[in-house]
Design a protein around this ligand. Structure first.
Ligand SMILES: [Zn+2]
Length: 101
């Protein structure tokens, strides 16, 4: 005699395996960097975007995260140009003049 319970469990497990659309906010957070760099595998990207639609908190978090990444890039670029020798002389003169004033 077959156990109907076992069959049901198998079916549920199979469905979950096919559609693992629920991730926690912690898991979402750990995917963010890869997502922004376009390195998430297709399936994880679907899961990620599903959570993004469903969870307002994570949507806000992603926006803030993206903004801070952009800011870091700009700051890094600014730092690089400060270190380079070919800063426009007019600008340097202007800064020095402003300092003396
Ligand atoms: Zn979330």
């Amino acid at each position: 005699m077959k156990s109907p319970k076992k069959t049901l469990m198998k079916r549920v497990h199979g469905a979950m395996f096919k559609l693992p659309l629920m991730i926690t906010c912690d898991e979402f957070e750990s995917f963010i960097l890869a997502y922004l760099e376009g390195q998430l595998p297709k399936r994880q990207k679907i899961v990620f975007e599903f959570h993004l639609k469903a969870c307002r908190e994570c949507r806000d978090y992603l926006n803030a995260y993206r903004a801070s990444v952009e800011l870091a890039k700009v700051a890094h670029a600014a730092q690089l140009s400060e270190l380079s020798d070919d800063a426009p002389e007019d600008l340097v003169a202007a800064i020095l003049a402003a300092r003396e004033a």
